[in-house]
Design a protein around this ligand. Structure first.
Ligand SMILES: [Zn+2]
Ligand SMILES: [Zn+2]
Length: 283
């Protein structure tokens, strides 16, 4: 299964793919927030045809953005390595919580990491959830960093990557990298010149969309979405319904995936494997 995921991802040779590594810094999720929206498995933005960008990214800008993104990607594994055990612990608790939360929404069907499922009484699930949330609070304490610590980590990671303070992993425009933690304690790097990874990703994505044959671009989108579903299902089990917003929120997709022809994506698949994503335009 992992092989098919990797193969799909390899096939999806867009610049955006470089950002996937960046997202792996995510130490994992917190408990699933109650989701009352019930938005369905359709991408909210795919209803309308995307507008052409007001300020198109030039070839030169794209190269520089990509280089900045590559430098960020070099730093991320070093940052993650520092607290590997604590991150793993936090992630594992988060995955259990998400599986339980999905089971609660799924009539008590609790998925195991191996894809098997069992029926668990709802009261038992509630108790399990409360216990795991307590563990998560403890695990969080080991991961929270002050801004000073984050700055020191960034400097150290830049040094480790280059092996020399003269050759650090730097932005091509000499933008200063600032490391922060989001509300889920995930590390986020922002470049003082080029912005955060989401901003960079959005610009490169838009450019790739303009320069790629629409059908091919759309198929790349669908491959990426299916790969994200597969990885999500390994970690959390299968949700009652798929929402691309949640895949983005949890870091399985780097951002919005939009059909160039305004097609609407629909994700199907109830088992632990074999998900399909279809486009209303490109089929
Ligand atoms: Zn930069
Ligand atoms: Zn399409």
């Amino acid at each position: 299964m992992m092989f098919s995921v990797l193969r799909r991802r390899a096939a999806y040779a867009l610049t955006a793919a470089a950002l996937a590594l960046f997202m792996q810094i995510s130490p994992g999720p917190q408990p699933l927030l109650a989701d009352e929206t019930g938005g369905g498995a359709k991408s909210s933005k795919s209803e309308t045809k995307p507008e052409a960008s007001k300020e198109a990214v030039s070839e030169t800008d794209a190269v520089e953005l990509q280089a900045c993104c590559d430098a960020m990607n070099k730093l991320v594994p070093k940052l993650k390595f520092k607290d590997m055990a604590a991150h793993e612990n936090f992630s594992e608790i988060g995955r259990r919580i998400k599986r339980i939360a999905n089971a609660l929404k799924n009539g008590g069907v609790l998925f195991s990491p191996d894809g098997t499922a069992e029926n668990v009484p709802l009261e038992k699930l509630d108790k399990m959830l409360a216990d795991e949330n307590e563990r998560l609070e403890e695990a969080k304490k080991a991961l929270s960093r002050t801004q000073k610590e984050l700055d020191e980590m960034t400097a150290a990671a830049q040094y480790i990557e280059s092996g020399s303070p003269e050759k650090p992993a730097i932005c091509p425009a000499k933008g200063v990298y600032t490391l922060t933690q989001d509300e889920k304690l995930r590390y986020r790097i922002k470049c003082g010149v080029h912005g955060g990874s989401e901003e960079i990703r959005a610009k490169l994505y838009e450019k790739a969309m303009k320069n790629t044959e629409p059908g091919r671009f759309c198929r790349g989108n669908m491959s990426a979405i299916v790969g994200a579903c597969e990885r999500y299902a390994i970690d959390y089990g299968v949700p009652a319904e798929w929402r691309t917003e949640e895949l983005i929120e949890e870091g399985y997709l780097e951002g919005e995936y939009v059909c160039p022809a305004g097609g609407v994506y629909e994700i199907k698949g109830g088992g632990a494997k074999d998900f399909t994503c279809s486009c209303s335009v490109h089929k």
